[in-house]
Structures are given as structure tokens and as C-alpha cells.
Design a protein around this ligand. Structure first.
Ligand SMILES: [Zn+2]
Length: 471
């Protein structure tokens, strides 16, 4: 379909969740002939993700050009305003600055977006927007404009936002992931053909789900890999499905459209889980009124708040909270004690040893130090264990600091810092250009520059310098 007629260039952005640059540029390239043609002629780099390396904040950072603190997003689940138990998952209307989709809309460009986070509720744009994998089940409206939703449901059945990937039925799950991805690319291809657009973007979550559910089956270097297992070929098969989807979009987009393929973070084998709250309890920071059974969630644990100074929550990284007097409902740490308490915690964590008795690297990140602004409900500290290879288990009751399996359901992969940046302009097909690692914050200004839309002064990222003749 034609552009809205401004004469400016058109851009197709394909976002593949959790794909390490190594996978796209080398390991699965032979399974992806259409993508490989872009890799062989485009500008390519590893894209350094956000701290923390999670889809939220990473995708909204990619398309706003500001850091997670400025957005106020630190993962999926946030602790609500210093409450001990209340949590929330942020939504698109909590993004405090306009995305490139909004900015392009405001500049009179037509946009079409399929599933790009933060996509729920579906943002109003000059074009169409289908909401993302964080759409609550049964949400009444998942598209802008709303009537598009009923049309899609009629043609394709219930829209596949996501799969339940921490489910144990692996064969069925693989079929669901493939079917979800095929449906989403079909819908994207239809929209791409019939809608006028200058900026088209699609997000596919299936790549991330495949990694989490099957890493130990397809990666022979995973500590739990079983030679000859029935799922050893799932990644080969799935990356081929993704390439077929990409190929159909390239065909529908036509020869003059520039293409950007990105991922929000990489993925790697999970080494195990470190039980952060068990450790805090062992070291006297967290006090329980009585012992709890294995797997007890911190929100359900009988915590003696009058004697607890620090607690945490789990996930790809540990969020650490101080129980501060005057801030938490039953806080006991005086303001002038926060500094010494933090110093002691950091010194003790530096002594941490893994289950093999060797030192476990613990990276301590202070939101106030690493972000340009700290909005929303930030943790007091963020901890990475073993260069992110160890997940953080927030549940309690194990009598051990380490778990072989994830505490919230089967999971074989964790997130790495290495995402994908690939840019191909058919007007300047050349030999491939390898750039050094780029920052995820720089994607939004690069998109705007290509579209000829002015970069707002609040944007912290800078356009990625595409080599001469590439922009
Ligand atoms: Zn992700």
C-alpha cells in the first residue's frame, strides 16, 4: 500500500523478543534465507539492552529513547507505592513521554503497529495499533480503532497475544508458539497491504517464549541438555517459521521500503536460581515470625516487619527494598542508617559463593546512580547474580540458597544484554557494515531521523550513525 504521500521514506520495523545477535547473524542464519539477505547487505550491530534486561522496560526504551528510570519501569511487576503486598503491571497510558509512533503520528505520518509493547490499552495513533502480549485476558478492546479488533477476531479467531510458556506440556506448547507466530505475521501482512503507512512495526514474542521453554533441549551447552531429546530441533524449525513471516512482510512491503530488525535483549542458558530472600533471612536482614513451606511467596510470608530491615523480590534480577521508617508502613530503618546498611549488605554480598564453592559475581545497581531520572516505584537496589546467568528466586522456605529449577514454573533461559540491531536500505544495498555495540536508547532517534521527523530535545538517545549513504 502507498504511503501517506509526504515523499519521505517508509520504514518497516520487525521486533523479535529476546533474540541474541549471535542467533540472527550466525547460528540460525542458514535457516532464515530472507533475513540472511538483509544480514549480508545491511548495517548490523549488537544492541546493548537496558538495566534491567527485561521486555518492559526494554521495548518502551527502544521506542521513546529515554532510560528505564525516566519511564519509571523496572520490570513487569512493580511494587505499588511502598506497600508490602500490592503490585501492578504498567500499561501504555503510564508511558510518560510520547513514543516514536505518537511522534510520527503527530508529524502527519501514518503508522501501523502490531503488538509492540507498551501496547495496552492500544494507543490512539494516526493509523492502527494492535495491543501487546501484556493485554489482560478478556480485555474488551485490543485495537485502535476498536472495530479492527472484531474484524480480526472474525477472520482469525481469538487474537493470540501470548502462550503460557511455563507450562509443562512441551509438544503442545511448541505447536501453540508456531501457530501464534504464523497468525500474527499473517495479520501483519494483511494490514501492511491494505493500510496506508509510513512506519510499520511488529513485535513477536514467540522467540522469547521458545528460548525460555526449550533452551535446555536445543542448546547442547546447557547444563541439563539431553542428547537425542525430541525437541533438539525446535529452534531450527521455529527460526524458519519466523523467517517465512519476515519474508511475507518483505514481499508485501515492496522493494523500496527500508527494514530494521531489532530485539530488546538476548537470551542464554539459566544456571539456576539464587534464593535472595533466604539469603537475607540467613544474614538477619529479613525476619519471619515462623518457618514457611517451600515456595512461599514473599507477599504471603509471615514477615516480622518490626525486625526486618531489607527484603527482596525475584525474577531475572533481584529488587531490594529497605524497610525505611516513615516510608514503609512499618519501617524501622532510620534515614541516616540507610547508607551504613547498604554498605554492609554490599560487602556481605561480595563474599557470596555459588553452589560449587566458587565466588558468585554479584552486581549491585543503584537506580539513583544509573538513570538520568528515577520516576515511579523503583527498587532501592537492583542485583544481578553470576552475570545474569542466575535467576533470583523471591520465594522462601527452601533451607537452601540455590535451586536447580525456576521457582515460578519450568524455565531454561535467562536474559542477556546482547540484542539485535539490523538495518537494511534497498536503495543502498552494499557489503555488510559491522558497527560496534549500540545502545537500545538510540533506536528511537534513528527511526525519527530516517522518517525525517524532528527529534524532541528530551530524548536521551542519539541517532545511530549509519555509514555514508545508508540514511
Ligand atoms: Zn523481552
Amino acid at each position: 500500500m502507498a504511503s501517506s504521500g509526504s515523499g519521505a521514506r517508509r520504514l518497516l520495523v520487525i521486533g523479535l523478543d529476546g533474540v541474541p545477535s549471535e542467533f540472527l547473524f550466525r547460528r540460525y542464519k542458514h535457516r532464515m534465507p530472507s533475513t540472511a539477505r538483509l544480514v549480508d547487505r545491511g548495517v548490523r550491530a549488537s544492541l546493548h539492552t537496558t538495566d534491567p534486561p527485561i521486555s518492559v522496560p526494554a521495548w518502551p526504551v527502544m521506542f521513546t529513547g529515554v532510560d528505564p528510570g525516566t519511564l519509571g519501569f523496572y520490570g513487569f511487576r512493580h511494587r505499588a507505592a511502598h506497600s508490602y503486598t500490592e503490585t501492578y503491571v504498567p500499561t501504555s497510558d503510564q508511558v510518560p513521554v510520547p513514543t516514536v509512533f505518537r511522534l510520527a503520528s503527530d508529524a502527519g505520518r501514518r503508522v501501523a503497529v502490531v503488538g509492540m509493547p507498551m501496547g495496552y490499552p492500544p494507543p490512539a495513533v494516526n493509523g492502527v495499533y494492535i495491543s501487546d502480549f501484556l493485554t489482560p485476558p478478556g480485555a474488551p478492546e485490543f485495537t485502535f480503532p476498536p472495530e479492527l479488533g472484531s474484524e480480526l477476531t472474525e477472520k482469525y479467531g481469538p487474537y493470540p497475544f501470548d502462550v503460557v510458556f511455563r507450562s509443562s506440556e512441551r509438544q503442545e506448547l511448541f505447536e501453540q508458539i508456531v501457530s501464534m507466530t504464523r497468525t500474527r505475521f499473517s495479520i501483519a501482512r494483511d494490514l501492511l497491504r491494505r493500510e496506508p503507512w509510513d512506519l510499520f512495526a511488529i513485535h513477536e514474542v514467540g522467540t522469547d517464549r521458545l528460548h525460555h521453554a526449550y533452551w535446555k533441549y536445543f542448546d547442547s551447552t546447557h547444563p541439563e541438555f539431553l542428547p537425542g531429546n525430541p525437541f533438539a530441533g525446535v529452534a531450527d524449525e521455529y527460526y524458519q517459521v519466523v523467517d517465512e513471516g519476515i519474508s511475507s512482510l518483505l514481499d508485501a512491503a515492496g522493494p523500496d521500503v527500508a527494514v530494521m530488525i531489532t530485539s530488546d535483549h538476548g537470551s542464554m542458558a539459566m544456571a539456576g536460581c539464587f534464593c535472595v530472600n533466604e539469603w537475607l533471612a540467613q544474614h538477619g536482614y529479613l525476619r519471619l515470625a515462623r518457618p514457611v513451606p517451600p515456595g512461599t511467596r514473599i507477599e504471603d510470608a509471615p514477615i516480622d516487619w518490626d525486625r526486618t530491615t531489607i527484603w527482596g523480590s525475584g525474577g531475572y534480577y533481584a529488587r531490594i527494598f529497605f524497610n525505611v521508617r516513615g516510608r514503609e508502613p512499618r519501617g524501622i530503618v532510620a534515614a541516616d542508617q540507610i547508607g551504613p546498611l547498604q554498605e554492609r549488605l554490599v560487602a556481605e554480598l561480595a563474599q557470596l559463593k555459588g553452589p560449587d564453592g566458587r565466588p558468585m559475581k554479584v552486581q549491585v545497581l543503584d537506580p539513583l546512580q544509573i538513570y538520568e531520572e528515577v520516576r515511579g516505584d523503583a527498587p532501592d537496589l537492583m542485583l544481578y547474580f553470576g552475570d545474569l546467568a542466575w535467576r533470583s528466586a523471591g520465594t522462601l522456605g527452601y533451607h537452601s540458597l540455590f535451586l536447580r529449577e525456576n521457582d515460578t514454573g519450568p524455565d531454561d533461559a535467562v536474559h542477556s544484554t546482547d540484542g539485535v540491531f539490523l538495518f537494511f536500505d534497498p536503495r543502498r544495498p552494499g557489503p555488510p557494515v559491522d558497527l560496534p555495540q549500540q545502545s537500545i536508547r538510540d533506536v528511537a532517534p534513528t527511526v525519527l531521523q530516517f522518517l525525517g521527523v524532528e527529534r524532541p530535545s528530551w530524548m536521551q538517545g542519539r541517532p545511530i550513525r549509519l555509514p555514508e549513504g545508508q540514511s
